[in-house]
Design a protein around this ligand. Structure first.
Ligand SMILES: Nc1nc2c(ncn2[C@@H]2O[C@H](COP(=O)(O)OP(=O)(O)OP(=O)(O)O)[C@@H](O)[C@H]2O)c(=O)[nH]1
Ligand SMILES: [Mg+2]
Length: 351
């Protein structure tokens, strides 16, 4: 994790046009879909770039970079990386002048795993503040675990903040949503949780904002986003316990140092806010966790309450165990295969 980056976030946020210098980059299928949901909701992120090898990943709006793979070679992270080399200048140009960059990707697939470290390097070199938002594969996607784990570790050394989302846990939290089209529902939930936390003002309620968001996630460790929903009579209690259970399954909650708690739903009461915060305080971070909270009271009469819990400061997560060789130093994730691009006259340096 990068330390010592001197960035005056406060004066940046005080400039009237700061949104134009906030960029989100979606990579691969999952990354493009989540970024696209965010683009529909966000007024704090001024620019979106979509990078993928599959044209179908791109939404209608936003800057797109298609990295064609042709028909040669097996699709693997190193092949994707090799094919991407000649587009890096393009990407550098598009991210020029950005102060804050969100890099959004699913890890484990060839495109996200191949491109995320490459783009994280470019963000790091550009001097922008880099916040990674990465979804981790489902339990049943065993073939994706190893690559997701080594990529996560590589990214940790390149980004200023790392937000991990466990797809399994998000799915678990959506018991009350129709299973049909579940990726779409998961993405909407993730995007609205992140958006609620970074928006300058909640439509109706209490906001958190970019400054507190960055303050929470910029730490020497991982941040974890957990979501939980309930519409029972004790919905506050039930939703926060659900979110904390999720956290327990991903990392050691005692290691948490900071948290953002966001409540989204109809008619959220002060009583519910207070219940949720005191539960969090008693069950996470040995009672010493620094909590920011926000509320988005939507106008629906629906009794569904969604709790979004973003906790930070975790030195490790369950995903470290996805890499059986974690204790042996090696660089497999840096491999680049350029055989797919027979016409590339000479390799561009990427450092
Ligand atoms: N949350 C979420 N996860 C997704 C979505 N689509 C795929 N995933 C997950 O993200 C991980 C990577 O999958 P993809 O994004 O499809 O992979 P990719 O980077 O496009 O690479 P390829 O599979 O080679 O096309 C897997 O664990 C998928 O289950 C999505 O829309 N939302
Ligand atoms: Mg894909």
């Amino acid at each position: 994790m990068i330390t010592g980056v001197t960035i005056d976030l406060l004066s940046f946020l005080n400039t009237p046009s700061y949104r134009n210098r906030v960029l989100a980059i979606g990579i691969g299928t999952a990354g493009c879909r989540i970024a696209s949901q965010l683009q529909h909701m966000s007024s704090s992120i001024g620019k979106f770039i979509y990078v993928s090898c599959d044209e179908q990943d791109f939404p209608q709006i936003g800057e797109r970079i298609l990295i064609p793979l042709g028909v040669l070679g097996k699709l693997s992270p190193k092949v994707v990386r090799g094919a991407a080399l000649k587009y890096l200048k393009n990407i550098d140009e598009l991210m020029k002048d950005s102060f804050l960059i969100f890099l959004i990707s699913g890890l484990g697939g060839s495109v996200g795993t191949g491109l995320a470290p490459l783009l994280a390097e470019r963000i790091h070199k550009s001097g922008a503040l880099g916040v990674g938002i990465f979804t981790m594969p489902f339990k049943f996607e065993k073939d994706k675990h190893f690559y997701s784990a080594i990529t996560l570790q590589r990214l940790k050394g390149l980004m200023d903040a790392m937000i991990i989302i466990d797809n399994d846990e998000i799915l678990e939290s959506m018991k009350e949503l129709p299973i049909i089209d579940s990726y779409k529902s998961i993405n909407r939930l993730i995007a609205s949780a992140l958006n609620s936390m970074i928006e300058a003002s909640a439509e109706s309620g209490l906001n958190v904002g970019i400054r507190k968001f960055i303050d929470t996630v910029k730490c020497n460790g991982y941040s974890i986003l957990c979501l939980s929903q309930s519409s029972s009579i004790n919905r506050g209690e039930e939703a926060i316990i659900g979110a904390i259970h999720s956290l327990y399954r991903v990392a050691d909650p005692e290691k948490a140092t900071k948290a953002i708690l966001f409540l989204m739903g109809g008619s959220v009461s002060l009583n519910e806010v207070s219940t949720v915060i005191s539960r969090l305080n008693s069950l996470v971070g040995n009672g010493a966790v620094e909590i920011h909270y926000g509320v988005n009271n939507n106008l629906s009469t629906n009794s569904l309450l969604t709790v979004a819990l973003l906790t930070s400061g975790f030195p490790k997560t369950k995903f470290d165990d996805y890499d059986p060789f974690a204790k042996i130093p090696y660089n497999i994730d840096d491999e680049v295969d350029i055989s797919i691009d027979l016409e590339l006259p000479k390799l561009e340096r990427i450092d």
